[in-house]
Write a protein that binds this ligand. Structure first.
Ligand code: 6PG
Length: 238
């Protein structure tokens, strides 16, 4: 039985997990190249690459660069780490940003893009997405952002949805608007072959410090991940 403090020590960032970048632009370039590399590996081995895109603003530059890299998009299935319960096409939706920066600019078959129908409400959308994910699990790569409170996707600290075992979960009372969302469940994130976090800006320092100190925040619970962090976000521990 692992002692709690042992588990906490395991959550300290290992050097192999960390890539520290001088700028958010350098981080975006590096992560875009990592996505292209993992795509080539998965397609060579299994003929398909199952990628979940992160929401929020941090991945924007990465997606804008990814569209110019040699990815065999016909063999890529795109999913979303989470979606906000807003009308389709709303500027604040995560899929709206993904289409504008990447998906409208690459030769991916529309049927390969699996958006979350969050406009129909969190419960129905989560149930439908969980059924879809059961046909594709495990995902090859999940891109993730980090919230200032240590959330990732739409799994927020202390929110009941974070503890659910479903493949996709309905989120209510999210502290980051909008309050209703749909998220990949924690187990789906944990089961993915690879996880890459993109973290930029001084606003994320406190969350990174807390994770390094062993806080059991949602972003610290997804399993071994690559952490791509820019200098501005790096806490004093490095
Ligand atoms: C969302 C995202 C969320 C995001 C973090 C970081 O819907 O808001 O999925 O998890 O990744 O909150 O957001 P920024 O990249 O905008 O800082």
């Amino acid at each position: 039985m692992q002692e709690p403090e042992d588990e906490a020590r395991e959550m300290t960032f290992q050097p192999a997990q960390l890539a520290i970048h001088e700028s958010d632009a350098a981080l975006a370039t590096c992560v875009a190249e990592r996505v292209a590399d993992l795509a080539a590996q998965a397609i060579a081995i299994r003929g398909e690459f199952r990628l979940a895109l992160a929401g929020g603003e941090t991945p924007r530059r990465c997606y804008e660069q990814l569209r110019y890299l040699p990815v065999n998009w016909a063999h890529v299935q795109v999913f979303f780490g989470d979606e906000r319960c807003l009308p389709r096409g709303d500027k604040q939706r995560n899929d709206t940003m993904a289409y504008a920066t990447l998906l409208d600019h690459v030769a991916i078959p529309p049927a390969n893009i699996h958006t979350i129908a969050a406009e129909y409400g969190a419960y129905d959308a989560a149930r439908n997405y969980a059924m879809l994910l059961n046909d594709y699990a495990p995902l090859d790569l999940v891109l993730l952002g980090l919230g200032e409170d240590g959330h990732t996707a739409s799994l927020f600290p202390g929110n009941p949805a974070t503890e659910l075992s479903d493949a996709a979960v309905a989120v209510f009372d999210a502290p980051k608007p909008p309050p209703q969302r749909v998220s990949l469940g924690l187990h789906t994130l944990q089961r993915a072959q690879h996880r890459i976090f993109l973290v930029t800006g001084a606003g994320k320092r406190a969350a990174l410090q807390a994770i390094n100190d062993g806080a059991s925040l949602p972003a610290a619970r997804v399993g071994l991940s690559e952490w791509h962090i820019d200098r501005a976000a790096m806490p004093e521990f490095y």
